[in-house]
Write a protein that binds this ligand. Structure first.
Ligand code: ATP
Ligand code: MG
Length: 503
């Protein structure tokens, strides 16, 4: 059975009449009679109006954040409203059209053979007072109406289903975002700590040049992680995973992060650590990240002098109580105020706060893995250590397919043997493969790469030769010095001898 708007109008006036009668009863009947009248009155109301309504408001509480329930219901109803509603609202999301039901529209939904009505409501308040907070004139909500006999089923099963389904739809169609943190100084009331743009990096695992076996392992690991909510809950671990990507510049660490984000359909939070004032701000940043996201800390060794800091923290502990003559108290405080410490970072990765929200990947990148403090990258914090290395033949084949749409070519053999001898980053290989003019054919591009590899080989040979010479030169110099020293000693001895003889 479906309840439409007109029917509700009638029920509304019936309720108003009952309320009037109830006010009369309260005023003129003695207290001992009122209890029994109350029971009968409720029965009467239920008889005439056995329907229950639940409203989900767009903004709840302090109105700063859209209600998650409202968003989920909006997503859930949008598919139904496309088929049913006469008035729809249109928008574009990620280059595709999105339709939702317009204000004051109704749609019906069916669940386990029972039909319900959902209505979209908009109320406009008249107050137009001056305020710093966002305009509060329009309030939107979704309202479900159902018979009281379905109360249990609706509240315990149906609404749960709607919210879950709506969230899934939202995740599938959402526009992914790339966030970066604003400098600590600019935080304030109503300002978010993150600013964002739409995430549009096109890198995928298919276009990522690396050993196919290693690539498959990483993809399997990611899939396992993203589906392991129950597993993590069972073993009592926060649902997150740490990756450490290390290797020389231009080997694809940033590209790999983009590929992971596209693979898992996650948002990316790129943390600029140098803009974070202290550990508290770092924690606040973490709390403001959403689920299904990657938190990236690039070039971790450059962002903070982590090893140095740890030593400093230890030194400070040792020096506790003693007065430091060279550092004034003021300077020390300033230093503490403006820096994130290693322990703050460790807390960020796996402290109690990091467990909130769930389903997050934390990725560190570095060019110098040896510089990092072992505590920062130990297993459990950084669960997988992935080395991104120079381009080998397998990686080259991916780039050739990607840039030139080539599976094989007579020059492949030469390139393979050159790549075995020479270290060239995928970034350099890719740059050489790119056509320099629109008319350049694949042969010319491969020729450019071969030439670059041969040049690199020649340079490496020259460098080795120079080093050898230097080594030889140094060796000779040392030999000459040693000889000179020996001669001097002999002469000195010769000078001493006559005296000794005289003695
Ligand atoms: N493994 C790779 N697969 C595909 N393209 C790559 C790969 N490595 C590098 N490239 C290409 O080289 C460019 C630079 O790579 P990227 O920025 O990912 O390197 P990086 O390892 O992050 O370097 P850095 O350490 O300097 O940050 C990319 O835009 C991409 O086009
Ligand atoms: Mg990078």
């Amino acid at each position: 059975m479906v309840i439409r708007g007109e029917t509700w109008g009638q029920f509304g006036s019936a309720i108003a009449s009952f309320m009037f009668i109830w006010a009369m009863v309260n005023q003129y009947f003695p207290r001992y009679l009122r209890a029994s009248i109350d029971t009968h009155f409720k029965k009467l109301v239920n008889y005439f109006c056995p329907y229950v309504q639940i409203t989900f408001h767009e903004f709840s509480g302090d109105r700063l954040k859209r209600s998650e329930a409202y968003k989920s219901i909006e997503n859930y109803l949008s598919s139904r409203s496309t088929k049913q509603a006469k008035r729809l609202k249109g928008d574009v999301n990620q280059e595709s059209l999105v339709l939702t039901m317009d204000d004051h529209e109704e749609v019906t939904d069916e669940f386990e053979g029972i039909k319900f009505t959902w209505a979209s409501i908009k109320t406009v308040s008249e107050t137009k007072s001056f305020s710093f907070s966002p305009p509060q004139d329009e309030k939107r909500s979704y309202k479900i109406t159902f018979h009281a006999k379905y109360r249990k089923m609706i509240t315990e099963t149906y609404l749960d289903y709607v919210l879950k389904e709506g969230k899934e739809i939202g995740m599938r169609k959402r526009q992914r975002k790339l966030y970066t943190n604003s400098p600590s100084d600019s935080y304030g009331y109503g300002r978010t700590m993150w600013s964002h743009i739409v995430f549009e990096h096109r890198a995928t695992f298919q276009t990522l040049a690396m050993d196919p076996k290693k690539k498959k392992e990483i993809m399997d690991d990611l899939i396992t992680f993203s589906k392991a909510k129950d597993y993590y809950a069972r073993i009592g671990k926060a649902w997150k995973r740490g990756y450490l990507l290390y290797g020389p510049p231009g080997t694809g660490k940033s590209t790999m992060i983009a590929a992971i984000a596209n693979f898992l359909n996650y948002d990316v939070y790129d943390v600029e650590l140098t803009a974070v004032k202290n550990n508290t701000d770092l924690r606040k940043l973490l709390i403001e990240t959403s689920s299904k996201s990657i938190i990236v800390l690039e070039d971790i060794d450059c962002s903070l002098d982590l090893t140095g800091q740890r030593k400093e923290e230890e030194d400070e502990k040792k020096e506790e109580g003693k007065e430091k003559k060279d550092v004034t108290q003021e300077k020390k405080e300033e230093k503490k105020m403006s820096r994130v410490t290693l322990s703050g970072l460790l807390n960020f990765i796996d402290g109690l706060w990091s467990a909130s929200g769930g389903e997050r990947l934390i990725i560190f990148t570095t060019n110098h893995v040896e510089k990092l403090d072992p505590a920062l990258i130990r297993r459990g914090r950084m669960d997988r250590h992935i080395e991104m290395s120079y381009c080998d033949f397998e990686a080259f084949k991916v780039l050739a397919k990607n840039y030139l749409d080539l599976d094989s070519h007579p020059l492949f053999g030469v390139i393979q043997s050159l790549l075995e001898e020479i270290d060239m980053t995928p970034a350099d290989v890719a740059e050489n493969l790119m056509p320099k003019t629109i008319v350049e054919d694949v042969g010319t591009c491969l020729g450019t790469l071969t030439e670059a590899l041969e040049n690199a080989k020649e340079e490496a040979r020259k460098k080795a030769e120079k080093e050898e010479k230097l080594k030889y030169g140094q060796g000779q110099e040392e030999e000459e010095k040693a000889m000179e020293k020996g001669e001097k000693e002999v002469n000195q001895k010769a000078k001493k001898d006559p005296k000794e003889e005289a003695a």
